[in-house]
Design a protein around this ligand. Sequence first.
Ligand code: PEP
Ligand code: MG
Length: 902
Amino acid sequence: MTLLYPLDAELDSDVRLQLLGKKAAGLSEMTALGIPVPPGFTITTEVGRQYRDSGTLPDGLDAAVEQALRTIEERLGRVFGNADNPLLLSIRSGAEVSMPGMMDTVLNVGLSQHTLSGLAAQRGDKRFALDGYRRLLQMYGTVVRGIRADRFQYLLSDLKTELGRPRMLDSELSASALEGLVASYLEVIEDASGAPFPQDVRTQLWDAIGAVFASWENSRAVRYRRMQGIDDAIGTACTVQAMVFGNTGPQSGSGVAFTRNPSSGERQLYGEFLPNAQGEDVVAGIRTPVALTANASRPGKEASSLEASLPEAFEAISNYCASLESHFGDMQDIEFTIEDGRPYLLQTRTAKRTAHAAVRVAVDMVKEGVLSKDDALLRVDARSLEQLLQARLPAEADLAADGIKPLAVGLPASPGAASGRIVFDADDAVRWVSEGQEVILIRQETSAEDIHGMKAAKGVITAAGGMTSHAAVVARGLGKCCVVGCGDLRIDLRERTVRLDGSRDSQLLREGDLLTLDGSTGKVYTGALDVVASATVDELRELMSWADGVRRMRVYAEADTPQAARAALSYGAEGVGLCRTERMFFAQDRLFAMRCTLLAFENEQRREWLAELERAQRDDFAEIFRAMDGRPVTIRLLDRALGEFLPHDDESFQPIADALDLELEEVIKTAERHRESNPAFGHRGIRAGLTIPGLYDMQLRAMLFAARDCTDQGLAVDLEVLIPMVSFTSEIEVLRASIDSVHRQVFTNPTSTFSCRVGAMIEVPRACLIAGEIAEHVQFFSFGGNDLTQTALGVSRDDASRFLPTYRNELGLLAGDPFTHLDEGVAELIAIALERAKPVRPQLLAGLCGDQGGSPVSIEICENLGLDFISAPLSQLPGARLAAAQARLHQKNRSGAVFGAV
Ligand code: PEP
Ligand code: MG
């Protein structure tokens, strides 16, 4: 076992990280770069693990620590425990993965009644020595003896009250006041823990080392590891370092610096400095720090910035920052202390930054020659890209040129644009969205009861309220587009209508009608206007083009309407990977026809209603083909539990009975037959398609006629027909024959060369197992991650939230949500399906669709499985493009390593 390494030991960087932890690895790299770091050594994670497992420290550690201490003593000319010239130490934790603030630290170890006056003499400041001692007593008391921190804090605030200045700063306490405080702290330690504070400095040191190792198991740290998915087994190291002091006078202080602005990514040193203070005072926020640069200072405060007040130290720190950034090839966040004009760096780590800054820094660093494009792609968190896109409407001049004018104007409360169907209350918003609709919530004004509806809606509009109204504030917090105070709205909740009075010819809109909002201008339009994505950071376009150049998998979008298809292009989709046709039936006019289709007794009658649906779908499909301009469009045949199309209240059946010329009871009875106990596993997908006469033929005719309409006009169409919920090969055989027959009926011209591809959705385990047989009949597979997860795990996707959060957060049984990130077992089923299908049809294309399609974890698995495409929800598309590139790079890097080894 390796016991410890001095910070200036020469080590391989992987070994550094594993044995020393992240913080000490940074210190030792800085030491190697010649950056001033207080001398010290690190007791390894191997020792930490032994201590955690057995409560013992290895033989020989004592001697190794003594020897390492001697080296520090020789370098600094001070001696640990010496009464005249004492050396003080800091004892800190540090694991391989950073866990900020979760474990413990003890500073000023080495101070005692015996060394106190030596420190006072060394620094010429008795107050300073006493201040250090009371800090040690408090840290030792809380960290080593487990005494509650407030016992010390109460004593401190009582003392200030006694002195008549309850709000005085700690730094204003006199030496004699501190002397009294030290005495009472010593009493608290003895009183609360039953043993006095050790005056022997070696006892202090070993107590502190033990406590730092033990803090790996404190409840904060354990909870943090659970949340972040950090392995409990790795353990912490412990770094022992000479203390440096930022509280020795006006030439001293402590601060933090970012090598670039962490919120904008701009290339400028950014951070804070607290003169005449220790690092923990900066974190505690006791006094207001000053800016590092004069530029970033508040007006009038320029002269107190670090740059102006300690220019030499500032320049040195700027230079260290520059060399750290180029050494690590990434933006750093450092902690420093200046002791009597001399700067020391105490920590360097990769800086946290906003998504905006991450993209900008990555692209800038490529331009500066610091990073390669591949490395820049790996630097950005793919999940964060969603925050950087804002939906917007076409320019107002373009709208006007198309004769589109706003019908009302309110206050632009929360930016972005959205279109959807009007609903008047929050519950309806949630229900409609669960049925696949996009909605705009209209309210007179909103309150806490509306929040679930606001979350579900694409946008919110209120008749009353201002820029700080409930609706405005909540919508901004949710990142939802919102228009408030639109006085032109006259809402009639009983009739479920809204009149827009602002327009010359006032318009009456009903629940379910389409409306578009522009939250950036406050303008309101009727109908569904195209909403496109625009990046809020210029560099995103460039980063995306690099990602597109690297990735292997194609990235498609889920889009169910022509409008969504057009939006998908603005998000960079290469095609539509999943058009869920059933969602088209939820619009009011179509829903009625769908209900009549399902409830008709006579085939003849059913055909009439199907013909109506066919007309609507044909137009929609043609518009989607036009929008996608020859790119692949995968249209899935209807897949929805049929009961979900039917009304929930008896009154709504009357118009259906009238239209079908049937008795009300008969219609209600037929509807009852469509209700299922387990709709998710029932009469849906191909099962409905094969048993409800004419249903799938209608959809096939609609898509093929739409394709013919477009190709007749000379437009390119790339159609893929997708068959959902396949379980048996026989199902596919029958449907394949129908597809071919409808194709012949539609493309009667013998010179027509139009062909479409047919694919199966693989979303039940049986389909994975018989994938070889299915592959004989189709050209592509689309793995439906949502259903495959629910059928493989036997967990209903609609009820999973009842126990999965407890499994994950409280019991720690699962690292992630299997409905968000592809589960290993489900991935194994996909692997089996590919293994059985590829030998039968080597050209078979295969991809993943469903809610997991946009998750970087799932995308990585898809890359490793060798899938050809992924299909993701719209807003996740840029993230999916980046994640696909990252997955490719990870794979390349791995295979590079293998070749290297050979
Ligand atoms: C799926 O199951 O993953 C899928 C895309 O289909 P749906 O979510 O419509 O059932
Ligand atoms: Mg499905």
